[in-house]
Design a protein around this ligand. Structure first.
Ligand SMILES: [Zn+2]
Length: 180
């Protein structure tokens, strides 16, 4: 994979309006892994893409109606079939982490790249999602010198008590092995 102008080449780009500028001097130095499915545990629809692009008008699903006006995004989304979608360019601040901190530095959105996996806490991730995630991370590590393998965290690491994603079934050992 290749990155040009802070966007992956040859993947689907859906521009989310939910971003702003990173603070001056913020270094991209953290990768945050998330999971999402809408409604939770239901895969293979377009709700997440539409949600990140503020395109859900109303839904028969109560869960989706309740969240549809939230303004959130992530840089990347990796679907169950391995498709990768980019919503925000890496030099911009996507809105994925919310109230968060790592090593006493608050607002992880300022200095992180957010990657969503299509999933939930109690269903295992697909092999292809690990494969694509590893390709993505290897490319990011090559392109952003302040990122490193030991600065890849879960949303639950940086917002403990508030967030649980990507959940206990995400296989960190496997990711570590695959990144070697
Ligand atoms: Zn999350």
């Amino acid at each position: 994979m290749k990155i040009k102008n802070h966007l992956f080449e040859n993947i689907k780009i859906l521009s989310s309006p939910n971003y702003d500028l990173r603070p001056k001097n913020a270094k991209i130095s953290l990768i945050v892994l998330h999971s999402i499915s809408l409604p939770p545990t239901i895969f293979g629809n377009r709700y997440v893409e539409d949600f990140f692009c503020n395109k859900i008008k109303s839904s028969e699903e109560k869960y989706i109606n309740d969240i549809k006006d939230m303004k959130v995004s992530a840089h990347l989304y990796i679907k169950r079939d391995g498709e990768i979608i980019q919503f925000v360019s890496f030099d911009k601040r996507a809105w994925h982490a919310g109230k968060s901190s790592y090593e006493n530095v608050e607002n992880c959105n300022d200095y992180s790249i957010g990657i969503e996996l299509e999933g939930c806490d109690d269903i295992s991730y697909e092999d292809i999602q690990y494969e694509k995630l590893v390709e993505v991370i290897k490319t990011l590590l090559k392109n952003y010198s302040h990122l490193s393998k030991d600065r890849i965290l879960s949303h639950s690491d940086i917002a403990p008590g508030r967030k649980s994603d990507p959940g206990p079934l995400f296989d960190w050992k496997r990711l570590e092995r695959m990144l070697k």
